[in-house]
Design a protein around this ligand. Sequence first.
Ligand code: F6R
Length: 241
Amino acid sequence: MKIIIDTTENVAKRAAQLYVDLLSRNPQAVLGGATGSTPIPLYKELVKLNKEGVISFKDAKSFNLDEYVGLEGTHDQSYRYFMNDNLFNHIDIKMENTHVPSGIDISEPEKYDSEIEAAGGIDMQLLGIGVDGHIGFNEPGTPWDSLTHVVELEQNTREVNARFFNSIDEVPTHAVTMGIKTVMNARSIILIATGSSKAEIVKKFIEGPVTTEVPASILQLHPFVTVFLDHEAAALLEKKA
Ligand code: F6R
């Protein structure tokens, strides 16, 4: 794992540079997207670079990590809505090339893996991390060989995400998420963690044992992972190189 520690602002800029590098090498790259608070500064940077003509997404494809079960893409808390609102509506990607798992038709979630494979596989998967170590919605205990599947959300994850809803009762109880294997199949991975609330889990997933109790710890075994941390998220790391 390559670990990069910088200011919160520079983390977004330096992560955006990886998109510039990838898309200039391969304009048809397949990008893996994430939602949540963490990627917002990165998406702002990508929108800016796209408007400035530094980067183009016109031949790129994207596959998002996850979606809440029961929310239509038009619901303002769905992850489809989030992606359109924060990124896709503001860049030159073709909407038909953007993919978010369906939270409505959940009959055969693993079909999403076949779609990713048919597109040639993910070149660069973006990840955030939950305070319990989840990636996507793969909560502690998720098997390493999991493909896209439906999960019941942990109470803690629902509480953390309740800030986006009127009340916790409105937070969906289930989500559909790429599995750990789906994520590990990506050719390269970027994980971003910012803020002091992530410091403990950052230390665990980077310096602790590889265990299903910390889903992100599996990334220690992937050959091309870049972890971007701000100083607050990196605060408890022993080795800050
Ligand atoms: C979002 C996702 C989640 C988040 C994680 C961190 O698509 O898959 O794993 O990355 O919950 O969320 P934030 O960035 O809001 O702290």
